[in-house]
Design a protein around this ligand. Structure first.
Ligand code: NAD
Length: 416
């Protein structure tokens, strides 16, 4: 996304000076895509040569889009080399790495932007405006449910995300978006979290119930793939074939591991109760095997409530997703003493509900954009708060206790 955005839309302002990846095949494919005709192309470096890349090319900004557990290392090395960073979500996955980032930021004064694209979708910005302007008074209680379907949700159980040491589990990897939205919508920060989580669906027992007893370790050589709705056939998709199937001999990164494996370490069913500094409380649910995909949220305020629903995918039929159109977003405002009314929800074109092009505009050409009244840009502070709910929820699942976030930070010497 970042590469193509610079090349296609912002080439007059920015230049990609080098690409870096641990996988030589993917690196060379990306370099081909980034090379302008008639030039010598873009410099490439394997991951071990990252410091040489910095020394040779002297970039001013490093874009980090590796698996989550590696973000902190690259952010700190980039800061130390005098670079700013644009980092994919989540900022990082645990407290020790968070401390490394916070300390390095304070030491170097460099900046990291965490790309929370959801903040930029017009439907979500409208909610921020309604709440910030006091339309429903003070927000007291929130119910927030996010459902991933059996294509998108299943994908986290096939590859590196499936272990908490790589992704922090879905309460960090995925919910960082949702908890960031809550922090931003409420204009507050989480203080206490109690959570439950388990793997209820992506288990060997489910495979047995589906008649997939003889399943293989991965789809590519699975004897029952033909009758499995969760099969990922990378050979049939040009991008998956080129970027993953044809690259796997280099590093053994298999993108189609069986979603029903015993060894999976993350949850697929998670609920959390969260208290905020503002006094508001929230109930949150995330599932990863829903028949449809989208979100439902209700904000209860002292003057009324807001109910927002977004159906992104109507359902999954034989492995194919039926995408909903833009009309599947509704926001209802119900003020006390008045009938409920459906609001006109602003729309925009582009990925993530029209969010990505707006976000990329603010990142790569901020002077061409309207001043950001909604404070959507996210730095290390917003990035940190967005993962702290999930990190606390993981700790709560492990201990069965309520986790107090200020105490958790104090115990680790983290000052945000
Ligand atoms: N904002 C969003 O909506 C969104 C969507 C998808 C992914 N993401 C984020 O993007 C990041 C990448 O996710 P993905 O799905 O593209 O993963 P991926 O596995 O498809 O790609 C990761 C890339 O990093 C490379 N890599 C692995 N180890 C490396 C190392 N040590 N040094 C350099 N490169 C290394 C891999 O070879 C691969 O090319 C994640 O942090 C994820 O959370 C964000």
């Amino acid at each position: 996304m970042f590469r193509d955005s610079v090349l296609d839309d912002y080439a007059d302002r920015h230049e990609i000076v080098a690409l870096c990846d641990v996988n030589p095949h993917r690196l060379s494919e990306s370099a081909k895509a980034a090379s302008k005709p008639g030039t010598n192309g873009v410099a490439t470096y394997l991951a071990d040569d990252f410091d040489r890349l910095i020394a040779d090319q002297k970039p001013d900004t490093v874009v980090v889009a590796t698996p989550d557990f590696l973000h902190a290392d690259y952010i700190v090395r980039a800061f130390e080399a005098g670079c700013d960073v644009i980092c994919e979500k989540p900022l990082t996955i645990d407290l020790s790495r968070l401390k490394m980032i916070i300390d390095a930021q304070a030491r170097t004064g460099r900046q990291v932007k965490v790309t929370f694209n959801y903040r930029y979708s017009p439907a979500r910005t409208q909610i921020r405006e309604l709440i910030a302007s006091g339309t429903i008074g003070t927000v007291t209680a929130v119910d927030f449910r996010w459902h991933l379907d059996r294509v998108h949700g299943a994908d986290y159980f096939r590859r590196w995300h499936r272990q908490k040491e790589n992704s922090g589990g879905l309460l960090v990897h995925k919910s960082t978006h949702h908890f960031d939205l809550l922090n931003w919508w409420l204009g507050s920060q989480p203080t206490q979290v109690f959570a439950s989580g388990r793997r209820a669906f992506y288990r060997p027992e489910t495979a047995l119930a589906l008649g997939l007893a003889d399943r293989g370790a991965r789809c590519a050589d699975c004897p029952v793939a033909a009758k499995c709705d969760f099969e990922l056939d990378m050979s049939k998709d040009a991008a998956l074939r080129q970027l993953y199937l044809e690259a796997e001999h280099e590093d053994g990164y298999f993108r189609d591991l069986c979603v029903f494996d015993e060894e999976i370490g993350i949850e697929d069913t998670m609920q959390a109760h969260i208290r905020y500094a503002s006094g508001a409380t929230a109930n949150y649910t995330l599932t990863a095997y829903s028949p449809w995909e989208g979100l439902e949220i209700k904000f209860q305020g002292t003057k009324g409530d807001i109910t927002h629903r977004h159906v992104e995918v109507h359902g999954v039929f034989g492995g194919e997703r039926a995408h909903a159109d833009e009309d599947a977003v509704t926001t209802e405002l119900h003020l006390a003493g008045e009938p409920p009314r459906l609001l006109d929800v602003p729309k925009a074109k582009g990925h993530h509900g029209g969010a990505d092009p707006v976000m990329l505009g603010y990142i790569f050409a901020p002077d061409t954009m309207e001043p950001d009244r909604y404070n959507r840009a996210s730095d290390h502070v917003a990035g940190a708060w967005s993962i702290l709910t999930g990190i606390a929820a993981n700790a709560s699942i492990e201990t069965g206790s309520v986790v107090d976030i200020p105490s958790m930070l104090k115990a680790r010497g983290i000052r945000i």
